[in-house]
Design a protein around this ligand. Sequence first.
Ligand code: SF4
Length: 132
Amino acid sequence: MFTKTIPGVCRFCSGGCRALFTVQNGEITDVQGDLCAKAAPGSPGGRPDRVTRPLWRPAGADEWREIGWREAIARLAARLKEARDAGWAADDARTDGIAVFGSAAITNEESYLLAKFARLLGSPYIEHQARV
Ligand code: SF4
């Protein structure tokens, strides 16, 4: 087994704290360093139960079931359209039904795209974690 420790940067938020990545056979198996409580549970191996496929829980059900990405995206798109239409303010050509909140873990370019996406939907409600 080939194990190596590589210095890097935590990407969980814009703090950019130093982290040490343990790599075994080409896969990150551990992250060490002065990581805060936000980042520590996200380290590889720390969350083997992490969800990697879309899950859906029908109304009234008490169990989640795995669905395909196509179905998940179709469901999200339908709910997004529903919220947009329900909050549509025709006089102002905008929706009050959707707000967009950016993350500190995304790049400037991703923030730009998020703002474009909000405007495309007709939402003037755009905020970012860095301003909170
Ligand atoms: S999540 Fe925590 S450890 Fe990671 S960059 Fe932000 S403050 Fe640093």
